[in-house]
Design a protein around this ligand. Structure first.
Ligand code: URA
Length: 406
């Protein structure tokens, strides 16, 4: 097979056979296809898409690139959740402890930041000592012991997704329905959970910008789940404003703890909604009953205790969390109503401050980020602080690039 012919075929909107997909993708994993050749194919897929047969073939190739976890030694119905990625999305750090504190096993495999969206593994690595590379045995034992574990992809789980994910992150090839569906669903199927909740984000700060695309992605992922006999439910949720006030790794862990300790906010409401769906799926009870259990475990402090237990179990020192001591307040130059928070731009700003990667080799600065001080529809006076940047370098920004005040 000829690499350039395959790339050209997709560039010209052709359909790739399973053999051609396997040749390119498995070849990349084996080091036979170069970064620049794979990037070119990924870009052609981003632009010209794939049909359903190609997508199902790609999912199969991703899954078979490694092991499928056997979670049968974990007692009970195992649940998992996955977000398609957002700005300030620390929901897993809140929903996981809530669900686990109700005795439901929550084995979660998470990823790093992708494009302008943050990743749970990067957030957890802002806690000194936290082990994000559990072996399969450690992962299973921990879920049996405390009902909750989060790990990066274990060494041999969808290794193909791991390398493609890292390449997409730095080549502008993130926003593709086929590539997102293959990436998420291969990990979720190989991850072994029985019931899976997908949070498909839509809006300015999401990978899916329109409701039409979000529905397409949600339906496609549910269809893939069904094919592999998994109970998959997809929610579509708003990403036109960051989730919560904090963006950036340490800052997001701190905010997740605030919510677990009782802080009220729209972020808490979303976490209650997602946790309720998971509890309802796991226990086969109504959403209303589930919601009562979720609020009760949050209010009792049990979910927060579960978070601390989880961090300790994975060798993290929660007291080590640090944010940058250098801060810059961004002040409004206008008076009026905060009409729009430009979420994508804030996500990119966070990456540029060092909270995400611009090239594959980049090291993240866990201490940097953004704290929003104003919310949509707030009345803003000239000189009001709109957000505070936690930085490791001097930077000047134009507030109009991030906030629309009318
Ligand atoms: N999350 C993933 O795991 N993969 C994607 O492609 C997007 C979000």
């Amino acid at each position: 097979m000829n690499i350039v012919e395959i790339i050209n075929k997709k560039r010209l909107k052709g359909k790739l056979s399973k053999e051609e997909l396997s040749f390119m993708f498995n070849g990349y994993l084996e080091g036979k296809i170069k970064d620049y050749q794979m990037s070119s194919l990924l870009m052609a897929i981003c632009i010209n898409g794939m049909d359903e047969e190609e997508i199902f073939d790609l999912v199969d190739i991703f899954i078979k690139s490694g092991d499928v976890l056997d979670l049968s030694s974990i007692n009970g119905i195992k649940v998992d959740k996955h977000s398609t990625g957002g700005v300030g999305d620390k929901v897993s750090l809140i929903v996981g402890p809530i669900v686990a504190s109700l005795g439901i096993p929550f084995p979660k495999m998470s990823g790093r930041g992708l494009g302008h969206t943050g990743g749970t593994i990067d957030k957890l690595e802002s806690i000194k000592g936290f082990n994000t590379s559990l072996t399969e045995e450690e992962f299973i034992k921990q879920v049996n012991d405390i009902h909750f574990a989060i790990t990066g992809q274990t060494k041999n789980l969808c290794p193909l997704d791991k390398v493609i994910y890292a390449l997409r992150d730095v080549t502008g090839t993130v926003e593709s329905i086929p590539l997102i569906a293959a990436s998420i669903m291969s990990k979720k199927i190989a991850g072994g959970a029985d019931k899976i909740l997908l949070d498909v984000k839509v809006g300015d700060g999401a990978l899916m910008k329109t409701m039409e695309d979000a529905k397409k992605l949600a339906n496609l992922m549910e269809k893939i789940g069904k094919f592999y006999h998994r109970d998959v439910h997809a929610l579509i949720t708003d990403m036109n404003t960051p989730l919560g006030d904090n963006i950036g790794n340490s800052l997001e862990v701190i905010e997740a703890m605030d919510i677990l300790k009782g802080k009220k906010s729209p972020l808490r409401d979303l976490c209650i909604e997602e946790a309720s769906h998971l509890v309802s799926m796991a226990k086969n009870i109504s959403l209303e009953e589930s919601e009562k259990e979720v609020i009760q475990t949050l209010d009792s402090g049990k979910a927060f205790d579960k978070f601390l237990e989880f961090v300790k179990y994975q060798h993290g020192d929660i007291k080590s969390l640090e944010v940058s001591f250098k801060t810059i307040d961004i002040k409004s130059t206008k008076e009026g109503t905060l009409n729009k928070i430009k979420t994508l731009n804030l996500g990119m700003l966070s990456v540029n401050l060092g909270a995400g990667r611009i090239s594959k080799e980049d090291k993240i600065d866990h201490k940097v980020g953004i704290v929003l001080k104003k919310h949509l529809n707030d009345y803003i006076k000239k000189g009001d602080i709109l957000c505070t940047l936690y930085v490791n370098k001097d930077i000047t920004i134009n507030p109009d690039d991030y906030f629309e005040i009318v």
